[in-house]
Design a protein around this ligand. Structure first.
Ligand SMILES: [Zn+2]
Length: 340
């Protein structure tokens, strides 16, 4: 099969012919129809990921969708022919966190698809059956690549931060792969939503989808965001994850406000005043990926047309490098995908 292989950390992937993998017990073989390209995979390729970054060579790519073409011994043959999407975390499925549907906190986590095992930048990939979740009927496979991470992660954020109709949600990095779906999912949860990003094109895209949009390049962006939120921001979701943005988000929050943090850059810290946390009962919440149930909820939102997947570039498999540079420059709206 054709595959892109990461031999050393960086943006360079080598196109190679590899033997088609064989599914073992409890696994399925997926013929990949499309695989998403986002910043998470680039951070891993660059060696900036926290776990299992050392296991090279590796076929990266975790946001893939495809058809089950073979099942390992012990697997229900019923999965054959089914269109599935990859659940990112290689959770055990049996520990207390997994049984409570908090699979990203699994006590025996084996790592992630495309990091600890080969992923979807290839014609075929093997998945544990546990990680092969059904794609709903009628959902296009390229658009479905947005579901298991870019749409599911926002579903988890909204549940973590208890987002509801009483909330005004600020999303920093609102036109990126997760951001463009974060604003939509927060709206489905009933909130008023303000997106913050840079660049006229990205701001125009947010506005065309019916969102208030504020330019992060302006010094007064926090004041503008508060005004656009109707005076009070109750939830701030920071997808940029710099010290500046996290501290600005904390400052802008109203009493009982929640700051949601999703980034895991190794060397970034930020300061928070305990007096501010106490006086306004402000909360800081970490949000880690999504449960399998939340991925399926994300799929239902797409199937029902309540969230529109934004996959703005679709290219052949070998174009991951070009897409990577666009992502790094911040010129890509939403997600990109490659098709083997
Ligand atoms: Zn577990």
């Amino acid at each position: 099969m054709r595959a892109l292989v990461l031999r050393e950390h960086g943006d360079v992937l080598l196109a190679q012919e590899l033997p088609t993998p064989v599914p073992g017990p409890g696994e399925v073989l997926v013929r990949v129809e499309a695989c998403g390209v986002g910043l998470t995979v680039l951070n891993y390729m660059g060696g900036r990921s926290r776990v299992h970054a050392e296991k090279l060579p590796r076929v990266p790519g975790h946001e893939f969708v495809g058809t089950v073409v073979a099942c390992g011994r012990g697997q229900e043959a019923a999965m054959a022919g089914q269109r599935v999407m990859a659940y990112f975390y290689l959770s055990c499925g049996a520990c207390d966190f997994c049984r409570l549907a908090h699979e990203p906190l699994c006590r025996y986590l084996r790592g992630q698809v495309g990091v600890a095992t080969d992923g979807g930048f290839a014609e075929y990939a093997v998945l544990p059956a546990f990680n092969a979740l059904p794609v709903p009927q009628g959902v296009d496979p390229v658009l479905a690549t947005a579901i298991p991470d870019a749409v599911a992660t926002p579903v988890h954020v909204c549940r973590r931060a208890r987002v509801g109709p009483q909330d005004a949600v600020l999303v920093v990095g609102a036109a990126g792969g997760v951001g463009i779906h974060m604003v939509q999912v927060a709206r489905v949860f009933g909130a008023r939503v303000v997106g913050v990003d840079r660049g006229a094109e990205k701001l125009a895209a947010l506005r065309s989808m019916g969102f208030e949009a504020v330019d992060a390049a302006e010094d007064s962006w926090t004041a503008q965001a508060r005004e656009a939120a109707g005076g009070e921001v109750t939830v701030a979701v920071d997808l940029v994850g710099s010290r500046t943005t996290m501290e600005a988000c904390l400052d802008v929050l109203a009493p009982r406000g929640r700051l949601v943090v999703l980034t895991t850059f190794r060397d970034v810290t930020f300061s928070a005043s305990p007096a501010r946390l106490v006086a306004a009962e402000v909360e800081i919440l970490g949000s880690r990926y999504a449960s399998r149930w939340e991925v399926q909820e994300a799929a239902r939102l797409i199937q029902q047309g309540r969230v529109q997947p934004v996959v703005s570039e679709v290219r052949p498999l070998e174009s991951v490098g070009e897409l990577a540079s666009k992502l790094r420059q911040g010129t890509l709206l939403g997600r990109a995908a490659v098709v083997p």
